[in-house]
Design a protein around this ligand. Structure first.
Ligand code: SF4
Ligand code: SF4
Length: 251
């Protein structure tokens, strides 16, 4: 797979405030600010853009979106598979793992790789990304909030990273994000970042299994337990099921 082979991000002009964050973030100098009716807005030169995705998390208002991997598409996937994981809560299933795998790694593994790591929907989901630079911390916090037990991130393989500076920036971002999670009393060991790991399916299966063992030792994500207790036994669930509460008794 070549640089620039993935879809290049688009700018939603009416969401851009012209702050210039993406201009600073882009390692290829492919973004500039242009005057649009007295306001400055970002413009991407798609000739220069290598589709590394670094600019996407740099935009704080969601104005940069990659076709086929927009915030909505990724968050909808996380939400719907999170529901499968919540339904399986307490049934003795494996930890639910959201895996982000870089397209370059994925193309080396073959299309059937996903079925090798997940046996059933409640085991999790794999989302392909252009580069780990594209992953927003919001995706990870939403995944933990929606019921996943852990998030596994797989970058490029065998020191063959295509977007070196983009990946370095992403690693710094995740390091800060993990510190923030620990500071908030959440467990950053539920996130595993693997970059430049050996590029074959048996090695990646080992990484995946070791991460699941690590999650088993930590037990279910406490946020998930809270959701299950508050939702599945709470008034919202009872209303959905047609139950009502009268005099403190469920009927
Ligand atoms: S995807 Fe990468 S190269 Fe393209 S504009 Fe964004 S940061 Fe620049
Ligand atoms: S980071 Fe977002 S809001 Fe700021 S200039 Fe770039 S696209 Fe516009």
């Amino acid at each position: 797979m070549e640089k620039g082979a993935n879809p290049k991000p688009d700018i939603i002009q009416n969401q851009c405030f012209g702050c210039g964050n993406c201009v600073i973030a882009c390692p290829e100098n492919a973004i500039g600010l242009q005057s649009h009716n007295y306001f400055y807005k970002a413009d991407i030169d798609h000739e220069k853009c290598t589709s590394c995705g670094t600019c996407i998390p740099a935009c704080w208002c969601g104005a940069l979106q990659q076709p086929g991997a927009t915030d909505k598409i990724i968050l909808d996937k996380i939400n719907s598979y999170g529901n499968e994981i919540l339904k399986a809560h307490g049934s003795g299933s494996d930890p639910g793992v959201l895996a982000f795998v870089c397209n370059f790694y994925q193309s080396a593994l073959g299309e059937d790789f996903e079925s090798k790591i997940y046996n059933q929907p409640s085991d999790g989901i794999l989302i392909k990304i252009t580069c780990i630079a594209q992953i927003k911390p919001e995706y990870i916090s939403k995944a933990l909030g929606y019921g996943f037990d852990g998030v596994l991130i797989i970058g490029c393989c065998n020191n063959g990273c295509t977007f070196t500076s983009a990946a370095e920036r992403a690693i710094k971002r995740f390091t800060i994000f993990c510190r923030l999670l620990d500071h908030l009393g959440l467990d950053s060991k539920r996130i595993s970042l693997n970059h430049n790991v050996p590029c074959n399916s048996s090695d990646l299966l080992t990484v995946f299994e070791e991460f699941k063992d690590q999650l088993k030792q930590r037990g279910p994500n406490p946020l998930k337990t809270e959701i299950v207790e508050n939702y599945f036994s709470g008034p919202q669930f009872r209303q959905k099921k047609g139950y009502s509460i009268s005099g403190g008794q469920m009927q």
